[in-house]
Design a protein. Structure first.
Length: 192
């Protein structure tokens, strides 16, 4: 009877401590976005064919560079249904991304864990691995098809500042505008 109780306890403990998703970037480095090794990180979800994602490339680069200087990691997560590392490299070059890690989230594990559904959408993960912010980069887009001349609210930058200073994030959830993250490809479709 004691053995049965111990086995049930082990099974319950194992089930409640699911491993956080890990992903390899296009250069083969392993990233554990929800285990940030005592450094906060920014996750940016993109697709190559989303005009709003592509339009944000310069701002994403600025934010990632400024964040890196403050000890914050930045990871671009490509959510395209069937993209490979070569296509990611071409996209990075076309939009002049440099010095930012990029990975293909083919099974949508990172997007699902962060609850991201739109590209571009960003998440800020604190030193403990908690998503403290998820949403838009800023308010440049008032709505789909309607862009302001300049952003007046800088949600992602403000969230990074709050996390770095140990303050609560004022708006921990905002609505991103862009393109929906496509559903995970089905295995049966892949084999056809």
């Amino acid at each position: 009877m004691d053995i049965l109780v111990a086995l049930v306890a082990v099974a319950l403990t194992a089930g409640s401590q699911a491993a956080s998703p890990a992903i390899r970037d296009i250069d083969g480095r392993l990233h554990r976005p929800f285990e940030p090794a005592d450094l906060p990180s920014v996750l940016v979800f993109l697709t190559t064919d989303c005009p709003i994602s592509n339009g944000y490339a310069p701002e994403i680069q600025r934010l990632c560079a400024a964040s890196a200087a403050r000890g914050v990691g930045c990871l671009l997560l490509y959510e395209d249904a069937r993209i490979d590392a070569a296509a990611v490299r071409r996209h990075l070059a076309a939009y002049r991304y440099a010095g930012v890690a990029a990975a293909v989230d083919g099974d949508r594990a990172i997007a699902a864990a962060a609850r991201a559904t739109i590209t571009p959408e960003a998440a800020v993960v604190d030193r403990a691995g908690t998503v403290r912010y998820r949403g838009r980069i800023d308010n440049l887009y008032a709505e789909l098809g309607r862009r302001r001349s300049a952003a007046t609210i800088h949600d992602l930058r403000d969230a990074i500042d709050a996390v770095l200073s140990g303050r609560p994030v004022a708006a921990s959830r905002t609505e991103a505008l862009g393109c929906y993250i496509p559903p995970q490809p089905r295995r049966s479709e892949d084999s056809r």
